[in-house]
Write a protein that binds this ligand. Structure first.
Ligand code: SAM
Length: 215
């Protein structure tokens, strides 16, 4: 399996995503366009299209493809949406989101990871992604409000700063729970406040920052 050509391995992954319930063809097509093997360490490229999280250095991970697909589907992205992503990591989820939207703002706490992702995505030609190194739990007030917010690290609870930066009718996807295990939550801003739905258990590295976990 591990010697498959990337395109063939990617189609096999897409089949797995379908069997797990991902049905939005736009999301599945984004998985075809964004080549995951270019976002993992060359030594791990044979595993790039397995449905697993993989290490990207500095104790962090590129998320499991199913979780990337699920969160992207749950975001219900429109092309005019302004999106804020917390946790750039390898830049893979950023590249997937950038297939759909006008502008993505992405924040990474690790300078090494953030700068590597910025360089990679610039070299790949992405022009609709704006990068920042810093504590994403504070959000990015200069560009707020955001139509969509996605947090790709596990939070103890929803940072109030992020809730404040969510636009009217905005939608936020965030894993919350304890340091080792979380529940994926969807928040939708309505006239009467924030409505919450749950989308199942997940495991993310911790969201570390002023409105997250302590280091
Ligand atoms: N979405 C990424 C990808 O596709 O590669 C994976 C993200 S990884 C699971 C979580 C990332 O969140 C890590 O790179 C970590 O450094 C980052 N992170 C943790 N706390 C953060 C914070 N307060 N602000 C920004 N990034 C943070």
């Amino acid at each position: 399996m591990h010697d498959l050509k990337p395109q063939i391995a990617c189609e096999r992954l897409i089949k797995i995503l379908r069997t797990k319930g991902i049905s939005d063809e736009r999301v599945l097509n984004a998985f075809r366009k964004v080549e995951r093997h270019l976002f993992v360490d060359p030594a791990l490229r044979g595993q790039a299209y397995d449905d697993n999280a993989l290490p990207i250095g500095y104790g962090q991970t590129i998320s499991q493809p199913y979780v990337v697909a699920l969160m992207t589907e749950l975001l219900q992205l429109g092309q005019d949406d302004k999106v804020l992503e917390i946790g750039t990591g390898s830049g893979y989820q950023s590249a997937i989101i950038a297939q759909f939207t006008r502008r993505l703002y992405t924040i990474e706490r690790s300078r090494a990871l953030g700068e590597a992702a910025r360089k990679k995505l610039r070299d790949m030609g992405y022009q609709n992604i704006v990068f920042k190194i810093g504590d994403g739990t504070r959000g990015w007030p200069q560009h707020a409000p955001y139509d969509r917010i996605i947090v790709t690290a596990g939070a103890p609870s929803v940072p109030k700063t992020l809730a404040e930066q969510l636009a009217e009718s905005g939608r936020m996807i965030i894993p919350t729970g304890d340091r080792g295990r979380q529940e994926l939550e969807i928040y939708q801003r309505t006239e009467s406040g924030l409505e919450k739905e749950k989308a199942g258990g997940v495991v993310f590295v911790p969201l570390v920052g002023d409105h997250g976990w302590e280091e």
